[in-house]
Design a binder for this molecule. Structure first.
Ligand code: AMP
Length: 162
């Protein structure tokens, strides 16, 4: 369980966490891999969300997943990217989060993922929460905690330090 003061300070700032769907680069599950390759190269993000034609979240795709398909016996061959689609190679075992945020879950998941996908109850893609935005908030808490709360060590902690 999160410390109450930390949970309260995280909650206070959680409106800043979401990067809305309208500004998140994405591809459609039926796009050909050569298109996804171009989008990923252009936006310079390592991984981006994959959606269906009703804006529902389906998975994630990275440049590495595509270049893996280009590797042939004689080196890199982008030739067959036009005959494969994003859903053939995307990652689908991806944790998602919903509003209202479960901050404890988010902090755990962000240890291993640089961003988390936010969906609504119909799996419609709402946006992403990035490790960067949450780290900004952790930074704020680390600096401001003692301006808002009185934090005193418990006797057992003081004894340990002697
Ligand atoms: P950041 O913490 O801002 O470096 O973002 C971490 C990861 O989140 C990036 O490497 C991307 O995979 C993803 N990401 C962040 N912002 C966007 C965006 N606007 N569109 C698509 N993916 C994004």
């Amino acid at each position: 369980m999160l410390a109450k003061a930390v949970a309260a300070m995280l909650e206070e700032r959680q409106a800043h966490f979401l990067i809305p769907a309208s500004i998140v680069a994405n591809v459609q599950e039926d796009n050909h891999l050569d298109h996804a390759f171009m989008v990923l190269t252009k936006v310079r993000y390592a991984k981006i969300p994959v959606l269906d034609n009703e804006q529902r979240f389906k998975g994630l795709i990275s440049l590495a997943m595509i270049t893996d398909k280009m590797m042939g016996l004689n080196g890199i061959d982008p030739g067959h990217l036009g005959s494969m689609v994003v859903k053939d190679v995307m990652e689908t075992d991806v944790p998602t989060i919903t509003l209202p945020y479960d901050m404890e879950k988010i902090l755990h998941l962000l240890v291993d993922q640089p961003f988390l996908v936010v969906v609504d109850q119909h799996q419609t893609f709402t946006g992403i929460v990035t490790r960067r935005e949450v780290m900004k908030c952790v930074n704020y808490i680390a600096h401001d905690l003692e301006r808002q709360y009185m934090v005193t060590p418990l006797p057992a902690q003081q004894d340990d330090k002697k």
